[in-house]
Design a protein around this ligand. Sequence first.
Ligand code: DOR
Ligand code: ZN
Length: 347
Amino acid sequence: MAIQSITITQPDDWHVHLRDGAMLQQVAGYTARQFGRAIIMPNLTPPVTTAAMAAAYRDRIKAATADYPDFEPLMTAYLTDDMDPEEIVRGHADGVFTAAKLYPANATTNSAAGVTDVKKIYAVLEAMQRMGMPLLVHGEVVNDAIDVFDREAAFIDQVMQPLLKDLPELKVVFEHITTQDAADFVTAGDEHLAATITVHHLQINRNDMLVGGIKPHLYCLPIAKRELHRQALRRAATSGSGKFFLGTDTAPHAIGDKESACGCAGIFSAPQALENYLQVFEEEGALDRFEGFASLYGPAFYGLPVNDKKVTLSKAKQVVPERMGQGPLTVVPYRSGQTLVWQLQGE
Ligand code: DOR
Ligand code: ZN
C-alpha cells in the first residue's frame, strides 16, 4: 500500500522573497507556517545593502510572523559594485548577514543596483571566502545577444567557472537552477558548490507556460526551460546528493502586476510548497530522499544545525485557492484551483 503519511525534520526554505509593507504582512505567515528558517532575499526597493537595513528588515519580518515565534529569518546582503567589504565582514560577524546575494545588474526584479562585473567585488568575495560566508548567485548573464533560454548555461561558462577558479574555497550556492547544464556543473563541482531547486522548476516546463495561451503566473526568472531540463532537475533533486537542496524562490507579485502587458517575473509558491515538493519525490519513487533535500543538506552546507522540530505530511486532497489576499494586493498562488495530493498537518 502506498505511504499515507511521512514525518521528517522540519524543513527550511533556502530562497524566499517576503517583500515588505502590506505584502510582507500578507505572505510571511505562509513561509513561517511550514519552515523553521528561510533565507530572505534582499531585492527590496531600496535594496538591503547594509547590516542596519537587514536588521531592521529582520525585525519587520519577526513582527509579521509573530504567530510563529520560532521562525527564524536568515538575512542576506544585496551586493553592489561599490559594496564595502567591511560592511559584509561586520554584518556577518554580528550575526546579521547569513549570506550575500549576487544579482547580475538588471537580471531580474529589483536588480538594477546589482553587480555589473564580478571582478569589481573580488575584495568582498575574498573576505567572504575567509569567513566561510556563502555567496548566493542568480546565475544568468545579462546580454541582449543571448537568448533568454540560454542565459543560465552562458553564465556557467562566462562567470561561474572563472569565479570558482579564482576563489576556490568560496562557498557558492547556484540559486534556482533550471538547466541540465547547471545540474551537471554542480554535480561535478567540489564541496564548496551547491544549488537550490524550486518546486515549480521540478513541475513545469516552458510548454506549461506558453502552450494554449500564455500563463503569466508561471512566468519567472530564470525562465522555465524545455522538458529535458526539468527531468534533469528532478534527477538531481531526488538523487540523494547533498549538493541540492530546497529553495522555493517564492516571489509574490500583485495580480495586476502579473496579468499585465509587461508582467513581472515571479511565482508565489509559498502556501503549498512542501506539498508540491513531496508530490515530486513521490512521483520519482524517492520519498526516502525527501528529508535530506528538504531538511538536512541545506543546514549542512550553511554550517547550521538541523531543526529540532518534526513535521508530518499526510495523503489528503486539498484544492489550492484561486486567489489569496485582498484588493490590489491579491495574489494568485502557484497551482491555483488545482487539487494537491498531500497536506501538511497541524493546520
Ligand atoms: O522570478 C523571479 N522573481 N526571479 C527572480 O530572480 C526575482 C523574483 C522576484 O523578486 O520577483
Ligand atoms: Zn529569487
